[in-house]
Each structure stands twice: as C-alpha cells, then as structure tokens.
Design a protein around this ligand. Sequence first.
Ligand code: XUL
Ligand code: CO
Length: 439
Amino acid sequence: MSELFKGIGSIKYEGAGSKNPLAFHHYNKDQVVLGKPMKEWMPFAMAWWHNLCAGGSDMFGRNTTDKGFGAEPGTMEHARAKVDAGFEFMQKLGIEYFCFHDVDLVPEADDLKETNRRLDEITDYISVKMKETGIKCLWGTANMFSNPRFMNGAGSSNSADVFCFAAAQVKKALELTVKLGGRGYVFWGGREGYETLLNTDVKFEQENIAKLMKMAVEYGRSIGFTGEFWIEPKPKEPMKHQYDFDAATSIGFLRQYGLDKDFKLNIEANHATLAGHSFQHDLRIAAINDMLGSVDANTGDLLLGWDTDEFPFNVYDTTMCMYEVIKAGGLKYGGFNFDSKTRRPSYTHQDMFEAFILGMDTFALGLLKAAAMIEDGRIDAFVKERYSSYESGIGEKIRKGETSLAELAAYAEEMGAPQLPGSGRQEYLERVVNEVLFG
Ligand code: XUL
Ligand code: CO
C-alpha cells in the first residue's frame, strides 16, 4: 500500500510559538493536566463519514474534494482505499479512535445479504489495520436516515417492513461494533420525528423506537457488547421535529421506557445550539443526570442556524465543555468524535489535516483553560457562597427535606420580607473567565 497523503508527515507538537500549519501548537498528548495526560482526557476520534466520504457537496453544488483515494467510488476497491486513507490519516495525526456508520464503510448493495457480506469483508481488513496500528473503534452505528426507505423514520416508521429492515441494520451494526471492539453504540434518530402531526401517531412511534432500542440492548448484551449505548439528541434537521430533541428530552424518554441503565447520551455541540441551548447546557444536563457518555466535537454557525458541522474553533466553547467534562470526572467509555467537516472551499487533503489540528488544538486549549478555571477556584467559591443560605438554619432543613409548607409559612410570616438574594455578579464571573483565558 503506497502513501496517500504524500508530503504530509506525522504531526508533532511544536508549542504555542510555532507557525507551522502542520504542527500542534497546544495539543501535547502526554502533557499531564489535573493528573491525567491530555490524550486520556480527550480520546479523539475520526468520523468515517465526514473525513473519508464527504466531498464538500451541498444542496447547490457537487463535490469539491476528491475522496476517491485512487479508486473508483462505489466499489469495494474504494472501500479499501478509504480504510488505507483513514488509517494513514489517523496515524499521522495521532488519532487513536474512529467512529462509523455501516454504510460509510462499503457501498450499499441492493440486497441486505450482499451488503452484510461486504461489511464482513471490509471489517476483516479494518481489523488487520487496527492490529497493525493500535488504532481502536470508539463507536459504531447504523445509518437509518439516508436511504429513501427511511423517509418516515426507522424505529418510528409507519411501515412494519421498514422497521424490520432497521432492526436488521442495527443487529449487523452491533455485530460489527463488537467485532471491532467499539466502546459505544450510537442511536442518532435523524428521521425519528415528524413533518406534520396531521399524519403522525407520536405515542405509537415513540413506543416503537423504545422497542427497537430494547431489542438492541438485549441482542448487544447477548453477543458480548459491554460498552455503553448512547442516544445523540438533535431537535430538528432533517425532520421538522425530532423526538430526541435535547439532553433533557432524551433522558426523560430513556427513563420512561426503562432504558436508562444501558443508555447515556452522546452530546453534539451543533445539535445543542440547534435546540436553542449552549453546548455547555446540554453537557451539564447530561452530567448531572449521570448520562454524559460521549461527545460529538464540532460547532455550528449561529448566523446560519443549521447543522454546519464545523471544526471546533471557539475556545470559550471548548473551555466550558472541558469544564463540564472535568467536573463529571471525565468520560468513562466515550471520547471526542470530530463529527465535523471541512468547508466546501477547503478542498485539499492538507485542509483535512489542518482541520483536525484546529479541532485538537482548540480542545487542548479548552482543557488547559478549564483546568486553570478550576485551579483558580473563584468560580467554584462563588457558586458555593451563592447557595450558602441552605447550609444552616431553615435552609438546611429545606435541603435535607426536614420541613413542611406550614413551617416555612410560619417562618416567612415571622421574617417579614426576605432581603434580595445577593447579586449574581455575572459580569464579574465573565471577567474571571477572561482573566483565566488571557491573563
Ligand atoms: C447528524 C449526526 C450524525 C450522528 C451519527 O447530525 O450528528 O452523524 O453523529 O449518526
Ligand atoms: Co453527530
């Protein structure tokens, strides 16, 4: 196998002063931060679909990037060329994990048996590459949204036959995830939602999605999948409304159907902002419910307002992300999957490398700055002080659940009017953040 990314060697850490576009300026994989090397805080992953498949096309124009890697697209030769390209790419960047959908790996055949045979063949090849390089699988999933058969959803489809096809894809994708030693299995419900309530039985559809997930858990555990299942919330796009709207909605769904023991969440930055939240918000909601499984690392553009899947660039966002991740004690099974693609005009192979370097450096800065915020201590101290009225007296009784409405009312009557609750000091706190970031 010959080198595909000629002229690009392995990417090294050169430090903040370097101007070399093909070097890390902040991501220093073995640098210890709060007791753990950077690479352990942030197991980075390459998304097969964006990096090896997406060619820069959009609704208005065809591909700008050549992702043939020397082979004819739509062939098994091309599928193998993508494996070669992917492993060379990950090795050069020091990326230790990848994530995949079934149909990212091979061209889908007309019948399922042939697609599955192709998947067996390609994963044999991927397994060899994994052994050779030490690169691992972070998570697998089934694409149940691209093929026209899934126009009304997969688990939520009105067609029982489509539901069966989805079940078959989930079964196979789980087998592949186990074969490749994946740490997680993702359900992103791209078309699990509706376009109009006029034709939709929401309750029935949600029950069916839960049934599909339950069967996936049972089957996955029966074939030795010991990792975590993750729902990846997203409010809309492609559907007008998607059932896994955001972290809070997905957690409610998992609890309602008894799936919360096996499932956690895969939080994607661009999905959180589409839901009208910040990335940090959905991470926090997941974390406080012990549901923070993994992260799809990207960013949207608030001026555009759709799922642009850009490489992370905003250090405030990655700082607040890593602040949540550190506070949650890190990700147990999960990682940071760059569900991100280069912009349409960034069409060269070098752009692919520079995009990952941007993402990894932006997260490294985020980790360093979040650790500094925690070590600085002013924000934690402020939050603690802000709730200090619950440390003693009547507040302590409320906190411990040792009081009643009648007792509180009597207390309030005695007190007269409470004082104002103390300034939130947002501007001060934001200045603290800036101070930590910029000195
Ligand atoms: C789509 C998206 C998916 C999932 C996996 O918005 O994020 O790529 O991550 O299906
Ligand atoms: Co994603």
